[in-house]
Write a protein that binds this ligand. Structure first.
Ligand SMILES: Nc1ncnc2c1ncn2[C@@H]1O[C@H](COP(=O)(O)OP(=O)(O)O)[C@@H](O)[C@H]1O
Ligand SMILES: O=c1ccn([C@@H]2O[C@H](COP(=O)(O)OP(=O)(O)O)[C@@H](O)[C@H]2O)c(=O)[nH]1
Length: 233
């Protein structure tokens, strides 16, 4: 029996690129293999993919913010197509469902259809975040996890979990194994944006933050092994 029946897995855009930028085919194909292995264990998987390897709205200071956010959402669409391709190459049925309509290459997100595809064993790749500017793919991941009744949100990122301080800036910072939503908010721990963590708290959605750059970690997390930091309450 798998540890979880249905998981929403958020994949960091930066973790798809070399040095955080662009698309690394090597990384993508090893990710495809891991996701195929995770799916074999019997867990239904919906993925929300980020776009930070191509463009983050808040960082594109020269552009109008809303315009930049639409560009950021389209960046997630490019990543989603790449993921769909590597999953198909790994022999897994996969499908892109998008919050913004990009006719000809992706289906619009529709909750009831998404639930049917998941029940059929397809891995869903949910592109373009929430479809609205001024949000993040972390918030989209919480939203979709709740809509699709996932038991847990896995946030795959570039660090091993949630620390007292950003471990990139302070390598001596200590990692937490478990945190309540309140602790994340009170301590101002920057691993997820406030909107995302607040929405998760309101609906009691557990969030597991773990390092997706470490090979095998996705399968470990899906199998219920202890990795990363669990946020709950
Ligand atoms: N307290 C903290 N614990 C862990 N990571 C933190 C913390 N504060 C800031 N970070 C930073 O947050 C980053 C992950 O957040 P985010 O920008 O959402 O990345 P991504 O969506 O690409 O995974 C980590 O790479 C880490 O450098
Ligand atoms: O619902 C959403 C999700 C994403 N974005 C834009 O898409 C970019 C890429 O997403 P994110 O930064 O969350 O990617 P990640 O950090 O996970 O790679 C964001 O910076 C935003 O500009 C948005 O406008 N609305």
């Amino acid at each position: 029996m798998p540890r979880y029946r249905r998981i929403l897995l958020k994949l960091s855009g930066e973790a798809l690129g070399e040095g955080g930028q662009g698309l690394s085919w090597e990384r993508l194909s090893s990710l495809g293999g891991e996701l195929a292995e995770a799916r074999k264990r019997g867990t239904e998987l919906a993925l929300v993919v980020g776009g930070g390897n191509i463009l983050r709205g808040a960082s594109a200071k020269a552009l109008d913010r809303v315009r930049a956010d639409y560009m950021g959402m389209l960046a997630t669409f490019i990543n989603a197509l790449a993921l769909e391709e590597v999953l198909k190459q790994a022999g897994v049925p996969a499908r892109v469902l998008s919050a913004l309509s990009v006719e000809g290459v992706g289906e619009p997100f529709h909750r009831e259809r998404a639930l049917e595809y998941l029940a059929r064993g397809e891995i869903l790749i949910l592109a373009c975040g929430t479809g609205n500017p001024l949000f993040t793919t972390d918030t989209a991941a919480v939203l979709r996890a709740l809509e699709l009744r996932a038991e847990v949100l896995f946030k795959g990122t570039k660090v091993d979990g949630v620390y007292e301080e950003d471990p990139v800036k302070n390598p001596a910072a200590r990692k937490y194994d478990y945190l309540s939503y309140e602790e994340v908010l009170e301590k101002g721990l920057g691993v997820m944006d406030l909107t995302a963590i607040t929405l998760a708290r309101e609906h009691h959605l557990p969030v597991l933050v773990f390092n997706m750059l470490k090979s095998g970690n996705i399968v470990r997390a899906v199998s219920g092994e202890t990795v990363g930091t669990l946020i709950g309450g």
